[in-house]
Write a protein that binds this ligand. Structure first.
Ligand code: NAD
Ligand code: UDP
Length: 321
């Protein structure tokens, strides 16, 4: 039997590269696409020698052409770290809107099933905790994070429209903060920021008083949830994340302990519209997909720390933001 063919956008990024690994492991033909704006080819270079892997360097906000048949499309291209999308706000809006439109058109033409990477940011700075899928959110459209949040909200809307109007098979995953190997050490997200600071012997920068919360999911758990959702028959959004909630200050203390650094936490101003609390309600994922996270923070952080420690010295020292 011939292999199923899957297009993965954002394939050279953190999550996209782990998805490539998973679909190769399941014996798919993987077509990887990325314009490398925040990604790194080193995340997928181990796959280049495989006959069932191909890579296209392409900006998906422009017309997307893929030769041959397609069974699945996973749209993961988009800057994801606040400092990235603040640096490239227009590209962020375009990849969530025009990019998604192009890929839905491709899915329709090829009769492929398409899964989009949405985010807990569609809930904005939520007024309820934890956040179930039914919550409509509290987003400031014209604030600095609006370029990401509104692109993702539009992405969900156009995906549902293609589903109901054109009958395209679609899936929507709302991803909560995920971490693991292949995050960029200098991407500004809290985990690489703290570990990078610990490795360089700098104080750990807590934004605001550190009482804001996040719930961190290890990447392998997330990928399993996405794989199950893709193969389910559920078209409405599903939260995938780890409900183990922690304040950013406590998180900083955990990183100090893990790394054994003699540094301390220091306070910097809280960025505008930084959500005060975030925790997924995963009732739906449990019931529909039989999914729940398996990797606890202690274990996941250890693996991630080992990865960052193994990077070349000049990369650990280099901070270009
Ligand atoms: P990442 O920055 O590591 O990866 C994104 C990839 O997309 C990069 O390789 C980048 O070069 C590529 N890309 C960006 N714009 C593109 C374009 N126009 N054309 C082609 N490629 C483009 O980020 P990530 O953490 O892997 O996030 C991947 C997806 O998951 C994003 O859509 C993000 O919004 C979503 N997500 C991630 C998290 C998380 O915690 N990591 C949480 C919620 C949602
Ligand atoms: N944060 C921090 N110090 C840093 C980077 C981030 O205190 O060096 C905080 C940030 O203000 C937010 C939380 O950590 O409250 C998570 O930030 P991140 O950028 O990782 O993701 P977000 O969930 O905000 O998209």
């Amino acid at each position: 039997m011939s292999r199923k063919r899957v297009l993965i956008t954002g394939a050279a990024g953190f999550l996209g590269s782990h998805l490539c690994d998973r679909f190769i492991k399941e014996d798919y033909h993987v077509i990887a696409m990325d314009n490398l704006i925040t990604g790194d080819l080193r995340n997928i270079e181990h796959l280049f020698k495989l006959e069932n892997f191909e890579f296209y360097n392409h900006d998906v906000s422009k017309f997307v052409h893929v030769p041959g048949e397609l069974d699945y499309i996973l749209h993961f291209a988009s800057p994801a770290s606040p400092i990235d999308y603040l640096k490239i706000p227009i590209q962020t809006l375009k990849v969530g809107s025009l990019g998604t439109h192009n890929l839905l058109g491709l899915a329709k033409a090829k009769g492929a099933r398409m899964l989009i990477a949405s985010t807990s940011e569609v809930y904005g700075d939520p007024n309820i905790n934890p956040q179930p899928e039914e919550y409509w959110g509290n987003v400031n459209p014209v604030g600095p994070r609006g370029v990401y949040d509104e692109a993702k909200r539009f992405q969900e809307a156009i995906t549902m429209a293609y589903h109901t109007f054109h009958g395209v098979e679609t899936r929507i995953v709302r991803i909560f903060n995920t971490y693991g190997p292949r995050m960029r050490l200098n991407d500004g997200r809290v985990l690489p920021a703290f570990i990078g600071q610990a490795l360089r012997g700098e104080p750990l920068t807590v934004f605001g008083d550190g009482s804001q919360t996040r719930s961190f999911c290890y990447v392998d758990d997330l990928i399993e949830g996405i794989y199950r959702l893709l193969h389910s028959d559920y078209a409405s959004p599903v939260n995938i994340g780890n409900p183990d909630e922690i304040t950013i200050r406590q998180f900083g203390e955990e990183i100090i302990k893990l790394t054994g650094t003699d540094q301390e936490l220091i306070s910097l101003p809280l960025p505008t519209d930084d959500p005060k609390q975030r925790r997924p309600d995963i009732t739906k994922a449990k019931a529909l997909l039989g999914w729940e996270p398996k990797v606890g923070r202690a274990e996941g952080l250890k693996i991630t720390y080992e990865y960052f420690k193994s990077l070349p010295e000049h990369e650990i020292k280099h901070k270009d933001f």
